[in-house]
Design a binder for this molecule. Structure first.
Ligand code: ZN
Ligand code: ZN
Length: 243
């Protein structure tokens, strides 16, 4: 086995890093800068301002600043229609650096993210607010898809009640936000996106996912139709009480 970075032979018994069908020796790995999204210590890492380094394997393959993600959205709207969710038409997209996007979601004093997982732990990489979708500058298609499902649902509920977003912490907001997060979790299951599903199960911390855990437990015992019924019968009364 040859190291992708130093081109030396990696001795049989030595540990190595392996991704993108490449092997990297331990000494190179411990020295190298690494890709923000995939963590690979590439040969041609280029910094993306407001994000981190991007490797040659991710470049051109991600949902990235400047592209139009609209073609990815119609199937997500179809999925949401099964749950009687009808997000307003159109997707105004605002590409955002990690700090702006995280500051929109939490006041907590947190370290800068080294990799995208450090970001996802505390914040959504897609955030609906005031008619726009704020997007982290780079993410995989799978990441975009699952978080966009949640935020399309947020857009629907926000629009129905004339709210800019669902970021407040009232029982109405945490109930609705948990439902939106659960829809993303469901979408990840249906699509076989296991990594994203595991991430959605535990992140974002600091209350971003609302009452997701309650929805998840309910889904273990009830059919989706029963959950939908509960959502629809509870949302109006919660809105009257808390908005
Ligand atoms: Zn090496
Ligand atoms: Zn990469």
């Amino acid at each position: 086995m040859i190291c992708y970075l130093c081109a030396e032979i990696i001795p049989q018994e030595e540990p190595f890093y392996n991704d993108h069908d490449k092997h990297v020796c331990k000494p190179c790995f411990s020295e190298a800068r690494r890709c923000f999204v995939c963590r690979f210590p590439g040969r041609d890492l280029q910094p993306v301002p407001g994000l981190g380094d991007e490797c040659e394997f991710c470049r051109g393959k991600l949902v990235a600043e400047g592209m139009d993600p609209a073609p990815l959205v119609p199937p997500l709207r179809v999925f949401l229609q099964n749950y009687r969710m009808n997000p307003p038409p159109g997707e105004d997209v605002q590409w955002s650096d990690w700090r702006t996007l995280r500051d929109m979601q939490t006041d907590a004093d947190l370290a800068p993210p080294e990799f995208i997982d450090d970001f996802l732990r505390y914040a959504y990489p897609v955030l609906y607010r005031g008619g726009s979708y704020f997007l982290l500058k780079r993410m995989t298609r799978q990441t975009f898809v699952v978080y966009m499902v949640a935020q399309l649902a947020v857009a629907d509920i926000s629009t129905r009640y004339g709210l800019p977003d669902l970021s407040e912490r009232s029982p109405f907001h945490t109930f609705a936000r948990g439902w939106c997060h659960w829809l993303a979790y469901e979408a990840a299951a249906k699509l076989g996106f296991d990594l994203e599903r595991r991430q959605l199960r535990k992140w974002p911390e600091l209350g971003g996912m609302g009452e997701f855990e309650r929805w998840r437990r309910m889904a273990d015992l009830n059919k989706p139709s029963r959950l939908l019924e509960f959502f629809n019968s509870s949302l109006g009364p919660l809105a009257r009480k808390w908005l």
